[in-house]
Design a protein around this ligand. Structure first.
Ligand code: GLN
Ligand code: ZN
Length: 758
């Protein structure tokens, strides 16, 4: 019999119960007991959702983050979060979120650093190491969850992060070597495993996704060392990898002394056969056959065609699971009553994915006839998706086939364009601008909401947004900015706003996915060939421009960001989907240009997010992603100025790709880096204009003119002054007008003084 299990379940709740409970607890509206009731209630429901499985995960539920949980289990929360023995939950949340100086009348606590969980849009709290880091077991949380599952009658498999991946995920604050801590760490893991066995766990899922990344010999050796040490532990270990192929680590994974290996058979399907060949005959092979990263139905028949021979070879040694934890998908499709029915029948959220898994297992265990009905329903849905004119629009396919390198090429060089643009659009040295949004007051949000729910007529909505734009233009004029924006009052979100206006996108009502802590995102669903039925921003920009003699920047989201922040189709390469988006945005760019817009900004906030896990795969991604940007942006006259914007802290390793975008101006988030981010641009001799953010909009402090001048002087040491713009970091929409005004006033004054000095 095939064993079925899951690696983890979304914990936020189908109605984001955990989010609301957490936020209420943090605001003091909920007691610790009440929070715990919500949490245990969710766990119970989630296990019930998974009850058809042979093994359910335990300990995957987290109040904030599974890596932080592991840090707590290993007795390794940062010291600043408080002494062990104090209030446990407070200490945990302090490590996660920090604490403001005023909350407790004393010095504040810095929040833990957050970073992307592999190549997902989930963010974890980075473990902080130093030379003298000590560990000590605190198994309370995981033992309690295991016990809870058992009491409810479930056969549970505790989930932990493996020792090597745990070290790999962390950062040494003093520059020491995290691997040096392995020896100190392993006894704690040994003790943990023994306690889990004692508490009745037959299997423990040990997550080691670091195995799908490029590891040097020291890290590979650490794996051997760790698992030979843990060999003596009593429970059986399921070495669990996901998010990619094992490649050069495949043999290593096979040889480690564990009882079984889990492979992401969606991302690494071709490796399943080799694992089946190489794994010792007493080991279990768990195949992740249901995609845990997207929302599409699995083609069950094709999967069975592939699985049956493996099943004949492996027999009971074959386990089936989703490819990774279901944390990365929404909980339940059942509640989506507003989705287009055609699209809806192609989809599958966490609960539905587990049903697919059960069907596959039953087909293997009892023959396909035992699930004939399920297979037929699935076949019809899969077929409908494949054949639908909404997923295959001949005109779009034709346009894609006609893409040539010329399409992404400006007519002349940056230097030549620069001259033409300076003539067409005289701007002072150190031109001032902002990144696009201005404060989104409760009033604006309400206007959008009322329009959405039909409480406000279209005419009234247009009037209200226009008023807001007029206000925004007026404010910018009185501040004396050189290049204005319309302020983005009509946008709830930089991807959703465009997705809603493109054909090929669908939107769920409850499709929330945890991003970090209590924060969730609801990624749009990119299901079909992309077309742009009508202009998306032109009327707003034209209106804004009609109010002023200063140039107003058109404001768009780029194709790569649209792609990386959506659930995307799995029936064609990501590159192709990205190019379709690029063609649609290109039309918008050209229409803006025809409407008289002389400057157009195309944000690529998420370019970095799409980078593959392995550096050796980066170039391929960057090639097609940058091509997509070029297609979207570069179909304009020489006199039209293209801006782009990015908000990361690292440019060194992608600077060449950024240069290839050939945007006339790039604005970047820099203020917190003290302009050191510009080193990458300097070293590369980046040729085009740059606007480094001169103040951190996330801080409530109003920047001072002198500070901004000092920063710009630092910038000018790296980039010739003639090529520098002056702007804040992105995200003004999160602030209030009374904060934004003085800050921008100081910025404009600083730019004026800089001009005098030159
Ligand atoms: N134009 C957007 C803004 O200013 C850019 C947002 C972003 O960079 N994430 O808000
Ligand atoms: Zn940004």
């Amino acid at each position: 019999m095939v064993t079925t299990h899951s690696l983890g379940y979304p914990r936020i709740g189908a109605q984001r119960e955990l989010k609301f409970a957490l936020e209420a607890y943090w605001q003091g509206r909920l007691t610790e007991e009440e929070l715990e009731i919500t949490a245990s209630d969710l766990r119970r429901r989630h296990w019930q959702d998974q009850q058809a499985l042979d093994l359910v995960p335990a300990g995957d539920f987290s109040l904030y983050d599974q890596v932080l949980d592991m840090s707590e289990t290993l007795g390794h929360l940062p010291e600043r979060a408080g002494k062990p023995g104090g209030h446990k939950l407070d200490r945990y949340f302090r490590a996660a979120r920090g604490r403001g100086a005023n909350d407790d009348g004393c010095c504040g606590t810095q929040a833990g650093e957050m970073t992307k969980w592999f190549d997902t849009n989930y963010h974890y709290i980075v473990p902080e190491f130093h030379r003298n880091t000590e560990f000590g077991l605190d198994s309370t949380r995981i033992l309690a969850q295991l016990d809870e599952a058992k009491k409810q009658g479930f056969r549970a498999k505790p989930v932990i992060i493996g020792p090597v991946t745990y070290l790999w995920l962390g950062k040494a604050k003093d520059g020491s070597d995290p691997l040096a801590l392995l020896e100190r760490l392993l006894p704690v893991y040994g003790e943990l495993l023994d306690q889990l066995a004692e508490a009745g766990a037959e299997w423990v899922q040990v997550d080691e996704p670091a195995l799908v990344t490029e590891l040097d010999d020291r890290w590979r050796h650490a794996f051997s060392l760790a698992y030979h040490h843990l060999k003596a532990a009593r429970p059986k270990l399921l070495l669990t990898t996901y998010f990619g192929q094992l490649r050069e680590n495949l043999q290593l994974a096979c040889e480690l002394p564990v009882a079984g290996v889990h492979l992401d058979a969606v991302a690494a399907r071709p490796e399943a056969d080799r694992l089946a060949d190489w794994l010792a005959p007493h080991k279990v092979l768990s195949l992740g056959v249901i995609n845990g990263r997207n929302i599409w139905k699995t083609d069950l028949i094709a999967t069975l065609d592939w699985l049956e021979p493996l099943h004949s070879r492996l027999g009971d040694r074959l386990w089936l699971a989703p490819s990774c934890s279901l944390l990365h998908v929404p909980v339940d499709l059942e509640r989506e009553d507003k989705l287009d029915p055609e699209v809806r029948q192609w989809l599958c959220f966490a609960r539905q994915k587990l049903r697919e898994l059960a069907t596959l297992a039953k087909a293997l265990n009892h023959g396909r006839a035992s699930v004939a009905r399920e297979l037929e329903d699935n076949r019809i849905a899969v077929h409908s998706r494949r054949r639908s004119p909404r997923t295959r629009n001949p005109a779009v396919r034709e346009a894609i086939s006609r893409i040539t390198p010329q399409l992404g090429q400006r007519n002349t060089t940056f230097e030549a364009r620069h001259k033409l643009q300076s003539k067409a659009l005289p701007l002072p040295l150190f031109p001032t601008t902002t990144i696009g949004s201005f404060p989104q007051t409760g009033d604006i949000r309400q206007v959008r909401q009322q329009y959405r729910t039909g409480k406000l007529s279209k005419a009234d909505y247009l009037t209200r947004i226009k008023q807001e734009i007029a206000h925004c233009i007026h404010e910018q004029e009185s501040l004396g900015l050189d290049v204005l924006v319309h302020g983005e009052a009509e946008r709830n979100d930089m991807v959703e706003y465009f997705g809603e206006q493109l054909d090929g996108y669908a939107f769920s009502r409850f499709g929330w996915v945890q991003s970090y802590g209590s924060r969730c995102v609801k990624p749009p669903i990119l299901f079909g060939d992309i077309t742009r039925p009508r202009a998306m921003t032109v009327d707003w920009i034209r209106y804004a421009q009609s109010l002023t003699d200063k140039p107003v920047k058109g404001m768009l989201t780029g194709p790569v960001t649209m792609l990386n922040w959506s659930f995307v189709r799995d029936d064609q390469p990501r590159a192709e989907t990205c190019w379709q988006l690029a063609l649609a945005i290109r039309e918008e760019v050209q229409e803006l240009e025809r409407a008289g817009t002389r400057i157009i900004q195309i944000d690529e906030a998420a370019l970095r997010e799409g980078l593959p896990l392995r550096k050796s795969d980066w170039q391929d991604y960057l090639d097609w992603a940058i091509d997509a940007f070029r297609i979207a942006a570069n179909g304009v006259d020489d006199t039209t100025q293209i801006h782009t914007h990015m908000c990361y802290s690292e440019f060194n390793d992608i600077i060449q790709a950024i240069a290839r975008m050939d945007a006339d101006v790039i604005t970047i988030e820099t203020s917190r880096s003290d302009m050191e981010l510009l080193d990458a641009f300097q070293d590369f001799e980046y040729p085009n204009d740059i606007g480094p953010g001169v103040y951190d909009i996330h801080s409530p402090n109003v920047p001072e003119q002198a500070g901004i001048i000092a920063l710009m002087e630092k910038a000018a040491e790296r980039i010739p002054a003639q090529r520098l713009w002056v702007n804040p970091d992105c995200g003004l929409k999160t602030r209030q007008w009374h904060e934004v005004r003085p800050a921008l006033r100081a910025m404009v004054a600083a730019a004026r003084e800089l001009r005098q000095r030159l």
